[in-house]
Design a protein. Sequence first.
Length: 592
Amino acid sequence: MTQPPDQPSAQGGFGPPQDQPPSGGPGFGAPVPPPPSQAPQPGYGAPQQPGPYAQQPGPYGQPPQAGPYGQPPQAGPYGRPQQPGPYGAQPGYGYPPQPPYPIGPDAPSAGSRNPFKRRPALVAGAAVVALLVVGAVVVALTSGGGDDQAGKNGKGGKPVASGSDSPGTDAPVNPGDGSGGNAESQDLNAGRKPGEAKVLWYKEAPDAPASGADAPGMWITGTTAVKAAYKELVAYGVADGKPAWDPITFPQKICAVTPVKSSDDKVVVAYMSGSSSRAKCNQLQQVDLNTGAKGWTAQVADGALFDSVISVDLTLAGDTLMVGRSQSGTAYDLHSGKKLFDKKKYGTACFPTAFAGGERQLVSVASCGAGGADEHEEVQGLDPRTGNVRWTQKLDKGWSVQRAYSVDPLVLYLTNQAKNAWNISTIKTDGTFRSEVGVDEDFAPECGWALLDRDLQGCEGVAADANTLYLPTKATTGANEIVAVDLSTGKEKWRVKSPADSSMQPIRIEGGRLVAYVEPTYDTGGQVVSIPTTGTAHTPTKLLQNPQGTARIESGFFSKSIAWADGRFYLSTTHLTGKDDAKEKLMLAFGK
């Protein structure tokens, strides 16, 4: 959804993740950071800045505690001075990963390029929250994000053991032309080594215009893997890649999808009303992922003046579909298409500009009082069926919610462009503050990129359970780590290093264990590993070793989405370049 003028851009991330926009320029309203040589570098011990929530005098109304001035610094866990806070000393923060620099769709992730330090925000208050921020900052980038989107694809169950030990004697694998047929070509399993998984199937993308096209969404059910690409919705059998149902071709290009499926395997796709420059993203189609059956349709109405449907966000919250415009939203019943309620302007010029959804909660972010003395953002918890407001949390002026890394529990990533600051906060079910991340580290989940949208749930590479947040560190070369953060305290519980000389990112929580993806290297395929989340030993156990012979294809998905379901690993592109020199990759599936 578009934001009012002068609002920060929708690029967020834990110490911003690694976005890959489909074109060369920054998104609408995207802040352009100065070159590294001009970046502000305030050191630790610099005066504290106000945080995103209204500052209170101290916990439970008590007078504030002495600040950092005049107090000797204490050694932090990484040899850096700690900053005193209302709940005791908190560790400082390091440099966050790269900001939303535009990286072409054919360019691989380049690691951190962010010229700013980030400022840690320390929280005060229990009933009414206050956050204090120190140091210098970041602008974020990149599913899953919130509410572990990638992890919700497919069924759960216990982790599956590593791949078959038999070498590559399988029949040729269809290299894929988007049809899902069984045409024989190169054998991607030729030369498969003992212990390596099979390439179950590989699909190439349908043709896209020279200007490029979106390929959003990837949904895995017990029987089908479904993918959107330009104007099509295609479905393949999870085990063999054969067409599960005939492709659905829309009259115009797909412009939005629900990032996760419902519990009964339904999604909603939005497509454009036409091909002209005045076309709108306002046509809705519900689809059954298992059968390809089309359900209800609807046309999203325009809102008030400046409340556009040129771009929309689709959010699922249980059985409710929320369609977000630029300054409002309309909720529909997912199964019938019946309109449930509108979320419109409220209070003193508060305009809902973004939504995030989970099984039990719908979250709204509103921009209030734009241009006035009381300009700020508010976060509200809504009843998904009625739209009734359950709680409201007001942020201090200048703070903006960029991402919801999880909705249940609610973990928000916020930025302050003017202060070059960011903050990661966890909010309780009643809207009160729970904790903030206070770990001295550079984090790098991967978040989606959008020109006009503030895509709250567009991040992958981050996972959460009831009490722990799991996020990857940034590594410019070699192995990185996954850090487990206690959501009650914001402190680090444990960390584990990638088992290969490449980065590792969380996918989902499964059977009480964290499932993670280890990216391929130049001479080895990627891995899927399982990490114990409890106890003292957090050594990764290999669930799947992708073959070395397809490492180049696997690493060629630079703009990608990943999923793990029923012992199979899926990789798909999220953007098509439209180049005519070769067929583009669409999906790749590995298994035993």
